[in-house]
Design a protein around this ligand. Structure first.
Ligand code: ZN
Length: 182
């Protein structure tokens, strides 16, 4: 599955508007470099994430993630890769509301709800509701997924070295590569 260049550009511009609303200063270059990850599912409004990379070195990464209203980043983990234990990541809500799910006690009535046709690929349901200023640190190789509330969300991701293409998603239909067609 792929998204069109027009869809990709529209998503990038829209993500930029969320970042401005959230009051996070970024450069024009960073805005132009916003990555729109539809995860190969071709349903960006429902499943995907927009990523502004601010720092990405061999040691650490700092990114701003934009989620459109009710948009979901599907369940995945950051696996061990040889000597590297895998990415440890802190997710911090800056604007909007984020529903984050990890392994553990099932939320009795979760606020988040993944796209109905993919619900079977969501296996962890311990809920954290993150409002601005709230954060959660995920150990390497921890299954997680998250969804923005009805207004969308702008969140920080602070982590050890990011090797996003190696992320392991529960949904076999996900591919980390975004294919853009004209
Ligand atoms: Zn992750």
């Amino acid at each position: 599955m792929a998204i069109t260049r027009a869809e990709h550009n529209a998503a990038r511009i829209r993500a930029g508007e969320f970042i401005e609303r959230a009051g996070i200063p970024v450069t024009d270059g960073e805005l132009a470099g916003i990555e729109t990850a539809d995860l190969g599912l071709g349903e960006l409004e429902q499943s995907g994430v927009q990523i502004v990379t601010l720092v990405d070195t061999d040691q650490i990464a700092a990114k701003v993630l934009v989620l459109f209203p009710n948009q979901t980043e599907p369940e995945h983990r950051h696996p061990r890769l040889g000597e590297y234990a895998g990415k440890e990541e802190t997710i911090r809500c800056h604007w909007g509301e984020l529903y984050l799910y990890l392994a553990g006690e099932l939320a009795p009535s979760p606020k988040g709800s993944p796209p109905a046709h993919r619900r079977h690929t969501y296996t962890v349901w311990h809920e954290h509701i993150l409002m601005p200023g709230d954060q959660v640190t995920l150990a390497p190789d921890t299954l997680h997924w998250f969804q923005a509330g009805p207004e969308g969300a702008v969140i920080w991701s602070f982590s050890t070295k990011a090797i996003d293409v190696q992320d392991v998603f529960t949904d076999p239909d996900v591919s980390r590569e975004t294919i853009i067609v004209d």
